[in-house]
Design a protein. Structure first.
Length: 564
C-alpha cells in the first residue's frame, strides 16, 4: 500500500517537474555529465556555461576551400561563420532540467549519464559568397579562341595558339551549401566551363584546307596555246585562313585574273608600219583572241578548289581598231618632234631590252582622236615577247627583274609625245632619280606590266606614226613623232626644284652566299626631290601652260655583306 502511494506521488511529481524543467530558472545549475563542444558545463549556471563555451567558440575552426586544382586553408570566421553559444547551452539546458528532476525522484542514485552536445554555429551566406568570390576571382576566365597565321619562314598556315575554355566558379552555390552545413571543414566550389568559339581542332581543319589550296595554278586561253601560271605564293595571296574559315580576297582574285589574262590574251594587232631602211612598209592588221569577262566567276570557283590545278578561260575574237586600208600615206607625214635619251654604262641585258622595246614600238600608228598606249604598242613585258632579266625598281629596292631597260624607251617616247604637245592621259614616275635620264631631271616616264602605262591622246587632227632609232654603239635612242604638219609650237621648261631631301645612310644586309668579309653594292643612293616641269603650247586656240609634277623619294644605298 505504501509503495503504490509512492508510485502515484512520483508520477505526479515527475509530471510537475517536467513541466517546471522547461521553464527552469537561469540561476539553476546544469545537471552533471553534460558537455557542449567538449566543454563540461555540468554544475554551471546558464550564464557560467555560456561564458565557458564562449572561450571555445572564440576560436573558429579551419576550413579548406578547393576550386579546381587550387586550395586555401583559412579560419571559418573569414567565410561568414560564427558560433552561437546561447543556443548551444539552451539545448543542454532543456535536457538538464528533465534529468535533474528525475534524479531527485530517484533519490540521486547512481552516476549521472554523460551526454554531449555540439557547438551550434551559423554561416552568413552573403559573407561566405563575398569571401569565396574573392578567392576565385583570378581563376575565372573568359574563353580564348585559337589563332591562326601565315608563317613566312615555312610559307604555310599554322595554328599559332590553342584555345582555352572559359571558367566561372560558382561562389554563390558553394556559400549556400556551406550555410546549410556550418560544421563542414571542406568546401568545394563548383565550376562551369564552356568552349571557345573558335577551337584549335576546327581551325586546324581550315589550316589544312588553306595549305592544300597553296599550289601552282595554270590557265590557258580557249582556242590558243597561250598559258599563264600563278605560283603557290601568288595563289596564297588570294585568300585568308581565318577563324570563320577560308575567306576569299575579292580584290586580289580580280587582280590575279587580270594578271593571267595579261599573259594569255592575244590582243588584236592594229595595222602599222615597219621600215626597210627609211622606207615605211605597211604591216596588215591581225584579229586577236581574249578572255571573256564571264570567265572570272569560273576562275574564282576553280582556283579556290584544291582538287583543281588548271582551267581553260572562255575566249572571244576581237577585231583591230586600225586596218591596213586606214593607214595614212606615210609620204604625206611630217616630223613633228623627236625625243632623245642616252643609256651609257648599261648592262648587256639592259641594252637587249632597250633594243627589243624600241623595235616593238617602231612603226606604231595612233589613229585620229585615238590614244597611244605604250604597253599596248609593246605587246607586254614577257619572256615570250623577247625580254630578258635586268635591274628594275620594285618593292622599294632596285632588284633583278624582267624587262629592265624598257623604261629607257618609255621615257624617250614620253619626251617625244610631250614635246609634240599631245595631251597626257597617264604618266608615272620612277620612285627615285635615275641617272640614265639625266640631265633632264623629271622628264621621264616609268612603265610596269601590268599596272603602270604611258598614254597620250592624239589631238593633231590626223594619224600619228611613231618611229624609233636606236644606236647601241652610241648608247643613244631617238623616238620621232610623224603626222600632219602642225601649226602649234611647244616649249618645254627645265625642271623647277621645290625641295631637296638628302639620302639616308647606307644599309648593310648579310648575304650568307657571299664570302665572309666580302661585300657588294646592290642599290645606289639618291637624294629626294620635289619638282615640276612645264610646257607652253601655242596654237590657233591660244596659249596654254600645263605642269607635270614629280616627287622622288630619298634613296638608300644598300650593300650586301658576307657573314662575319
Amino acid at each position: 500500500m505504501k509503495f503504490w502511494l509512492m508510485g502515484v506521488s512520483a508520477t505526479v511529481l515527475l509530471g510537475g517537474a517536467l513541466a517546471m524543467g522547461v521553464a527552469a530558472s537561469s540561476d539553476e545549475k546544469l545537471a552533471p555529465g553534460l558537455t557542449v563542444a567538449g566543454v563540461d558545463v555540468g554544475g554551471l549556471t546558464r550564464a557560467q556555461a555560456v561564458a565557458a563555451l564562449g572561450e571555445r567558440a572564440a576560436t573558429a575552426p579551419q576550413v579548406t576551400v578547393r576550386a579546381g586544382d587550387q586550395s586555401w586553408t583559412l579560419a571559418a570566421d573569414q567565410l561568414g561563420w560564427h558560433a552561437d553559444a546561447e543556443t548551444s547551452v539552451a539545448a543542454a539546458e532543456k535536457v538538464s532540467a528533465a534529468r535533474t528532476l528525475m534524479e531527485r525522484v530517484k533519490g540521486m542514485i547512481g552516476q549521472p549519464q554523460p551526454q554531449s552536445f555540439p557547438l551550434i554555429a551559423a554561416v552568413d551566406p552573403a559573407a561566405a559568397k563575398a569571401a569565396l568570390s574573392t578567392l576565385t576571382a583570378s581563376l575565372n576566365a573568359q574563353p580564348k579562341n585559337a589563332t591562326v597565321a601565315f608563317d613566312k619562314q615555312t610559307l604555310r598556315y599554322a595554328v599559332t595558339a590553342k584555345d582555352t575554355p572559359g571558367r566561372q566558379y560558382d561562389a554563390a552555390a558553394a556559400a549556400t551549401t556551406y550555410a546549410s552545413a556550418p560544421t563542414a571543414t571542406t568546401i568545394q566550389i563548383p565550376v562551369k566551363e564552356w568552349k571557345a568559339q573558335h577551337t584549335a581542332e576546327v581551325l586546324q581543319g581550315y589550316v589544312d584546307q588553306g595549305n592544300a589550296l597553296m599550289r601552282s595554278f595554270g590557265a590557258t586561253l580557249a582556242g590558243t596555246a597561250r598559258k599563264g601560271v600563278l605560283t603557290p605564293l601568288q595563289v596564297a595571296n588570294l585568300y585568308w585562313v581565318k577563324p570563320q574559315g577560308i575567306v576569299a580576297d575579292e580584290a586580289a582574285l580580280k587582280r590575279a585574273f587580270t594578271l593571267l589574262t595579261e599573259f594569255i590574251d592575244q590582243p588584236a594587232q592594229n595595222a602599222r608600219f615597219t621600215f626597210e631602211g627609211n622606207k615605211p612598209v605597211k604591216v596588215p592588221e591581225q584579229a586577236g583572241r581574249v578572255t571573256q569577262k564571264s570567265a572570272y566567276a569560273a576562275f574564282r570557283a576553280t582556283v579556290l578548289d584544291p582538287a583543281k590545278t588548271s582551267m581553260v578561260f572562255a575566249s572571244k575574237t576581237v577585231q583591230p581598231e586600225l586596218t591596213a586600208a586606214q593607214l595614212p600615206d606615210a609620204s604625206k607625214l611630217s616630223l613633228i618632234h623627236t625625243g632623245v635619251s642616252t643609256y651609257y654604262h648599261s648592262s648587256p641585258e639592259r641594252r637587249t631590252n632597250v633594243a627589243n622595246a624600241a623595235a616593238k614600238v617602231n612603226g606604231a600608228v595612233v589613229p585620229v582622236d585615238g590614244t597611244f598606249s605604250f604597253l599596248k604598242a609593246l605587246g607586254g613585258i614577257t619572256a615570250d615577247n623577247g625580254f630578258v632579266g635586268g635591274l628594275i625598281i620594285s618593292g622599294g629596292r632596285t632588284v633583278d627583274g624582267l624587262g629592265g631597260g624598257v623604261c629607257q624607251v618609255s621615257t624617250t617616247v614620253f619626251r617625244a609625245l610631250y614635246g609634240a604637245g599631245l595631251p597626257v592621259e597617264e604618266r608615272n614616275q620612277h620612285s627615285y632619280r635615275v641617272g640614265y635620264y639625266e640631265p633632264q631631271v623629271g622628264f621621264e616616264a616609268a612603265v610596269y606590266d601590268p599596272g603602270l602605262d604611258l598614254k597620250f591622246a592624239n589631238d593633231t587632227g590626223g594619224p600619228l606614226l611613231i618611229k624609233t632609232i636606236n644606236d647601241d654603239a652610241a648608247s643613244t635612242l631617238k623616238v620621232q613623232v610623224w603626222g600632219l604638219k602642225q601649226a602649234r609650237t611647244v616649249t618645254v621648261s627645265p625642271a623647277v626644284i621645290l625641295k631637296r631631301t638628302p639620302h639616308p645612310a647606307p644599309k648593310y644586309v648579310v648575304n650568307p652566299k657571299l664570302r665572309p668579309g666580302s661585300s657588294r653594292q646592290v642599290d645606289w643612293a639618291a637624294d629626294g626631290f620635289d619638282l615640276y616641269i612645264t610646257r607652253t603650247i601655242k596654237d590657233a586656240s591660244g596659249v596654254r601652260i600645263d605642269r607635270t609634277s614629280t616627287v622622288y623619294k630619298p634613296w638608300q644605298a644598300v650593300y650586301e655583306v658576307g657573314p662575319s
